[in-house]
Ligand binder design. Sequence first.
Ligand SMILES: [Zn+2]
Length: 339
Amino acid sequence: MAENCREVQEWVEEEVVTSVEEWVERREEKCEKRKCKKLCLCCNKWFCWIEVIVEKVVTTVVTTVVKLVTTVVCEVAAVLIDVVNLVGSFILGIVSGLLSLVFMIPFLGTLLRWIYEVILAVVWRLASIPDVVLGILGLFPPKLLHVRVLVACPEGVDVTDRLARADAWVKSVQQIFLDRANVRVVPPSQPFRMKAGDDGAFVHQVPCGDAIVQPCGAGAFWDDLGFGPVPWYEQTLLMENMGQYLDSTRRILKYGAPLFVFMIDDVKGPGGCSLGPLADYVVVGLDSEGLTVAHELGHACGLWHVKGHDNLMRSTHSDSKLKKWQKIMLRASEHVTYF
Ligand SMILES: [Zn+2]
């Protein structure tokens, strides 16, 4: 069973079942305290008890169904993906390989990838409607976000400091996403099937020829189309994807697809850059804080800039708070998933 399915079950047990039980207990106490109306042989008490019994039966049935549905949906979906993968691995492998090759074509490939990303983002948001309803009710079961930091290192530069900083980024992002949205940030290999060559680490080093200094804004889209000074983001990413961790089904459907953080020498101005849901990567200058990384990942999960002074998505962010609707939006992204 997928590890997070167990966590979701535990969460249902703790949050939903316990609070429902407490509520029924409080109702019981109320009945006990109620004074008996002698005129009708304590009928008011009797009615109260009947109400409690009915509530007990209904809540037991509902919580059992909720527990069953969470288990079945989570586990069956995980198994289904495995079965589809097993049966169609050859065909799906060819399809996802072809998709990767098409997306590597400069300009045209990127345009097609953008369209593909938008369609998937819409489809997965529609599929997240039950999750949105839970969120509106204030229920946020534990979800996962797969993240890897790719440390770009020019020739002749000592990478030790950069790797240490990347580790600090990861810790900070883990804390923020867990505290603010009950999302556990994990490396890409988990629970994905391990492929040869992936050590399952949060941080990977990717060599680059020269130091990378990149402005954000329209230039980032230009780069993504393959025209800029740094056309290798998507290529590096596709190479990372191809042989290593994602199974074919996931590569096509992108459910739980990891987000990559490129640590480059400098992002002029804001310190970080994201193309929103159009790309599975964000770019952050090495002098930036973990807060900036979390902010850019927020963009990649579909969040936009807001005004609140302590909000993570403020353009000049200095705190990590998220409003309830932002939490719901973030959790509806195809990158934030149950398994
Ligand atoms: Zn921003």
